[in-house]
Ligand binder design. Structure first.
Ligand code: SAM
Length: 218
């Protein structure tokens, strides 16, 4: 039986993912070259599909890095869509502001520099889509703040939830230094899939993406 490995599947899906603008591609390839962790190619395609389905008017991103995924979201939403993105690292946030300005998105993408744990409680609610892509050990904490910020039917897209497949393994096989994140990510996945306010699906695209949709009463 044909049994392609995960890398082959990833590579194949990536090859089918549509290109971004030349500027966005440059930002992405420079980030990857200098070791800045940005969204995986195959996850980009999935995110774009969600953007097209949801057509959000307001997006929140947690974990900007140098603004690559924010650029992708800006390029794949309408001109009226406002994006707020939070980055804890001052230098990355500065580069993100520069990149977004060069691309002409300063008027609709706001970069907030600081720790999302401190910033989230002060944000005004009404986000239609949240892209969660920051410190993996804090996902549950972030999610509990995000839920208060969503509009009815709001969607939370959480990246890297399968942690290169490690999430399946027993904690005793996981290196000591990764055990806390492993435990917290398992808790996160359990909580979001058992949360009565949300319907969550987990897809093994890229490093694993969870999509949680806030139920409406209609
Ligand atoms: C995987 S990178 C984000 C990549 C970006 N979304 C992209 O695809 O282009 C994660 C980012 O989250 C930031 N981060 C980590 N913890 C954070 C926190 N508590 N608040 C805000 N940003 C945080 C890191 O500094 C890092 O730049």
């Amino acid at each position: 039986m044909f049994d392609p490995d995960t890398q082959d599947i990833s590579f194949f899906i990536s090859s089918l993912t549509s290109d971004n603008s030349v500027f966005c591609e440059t930002v992405g390839s420079e980030a990857r070259k200098s070791g800045v962790p940005v969204i995986r190619r195959e996850s980009e395609g999935f995110l774009k599909m969600i953007l097209e389905l949801k057509k959000p008017g307001k997006i929140l991103e947690i974990g900007t890095a140098v603004g690559y995924s924010a650029l992708i979201m800006a390029e794949n939403t309408s001109e009226s869509c406002m994006i707020t993105t939070i980055e804890i690292d001052e230098e990355d946030a500065r580069i993100a502001v520069e990149n977004l300005s060069k691309a002409g998105y300063s008027d609709r993408v706001r970069v907030i520099t600081g720790d999302a744990a401190r910033i989230l409680p002060d944000l005004e609610a009404g986000f239609d889509l949240v892209f969660l892509d920051a410190s993996k050990g804090q996902y549950l904490k972030f999610f509990n703040e995000i839920r208060k910020l969503l509009s009815p039917g709001g969607v939370v897209v959480s990246d890297n939830v399968l942690q290169g497949g490690n999430i399946l393994r027993s904690r005793f096989i996981i290196e000591q230094r990764d055990r806390t994140v492993h435990k917290r990510m398992r808790e996160f996945l359990y909580e979001i899939t058992h949360d009565e306010d949300f319907v969550t699906g987990i897809v093994p695209v890229g490093d694993g993406i969870a999509v949680s949709v806030l139920k409406t009463n209609e």
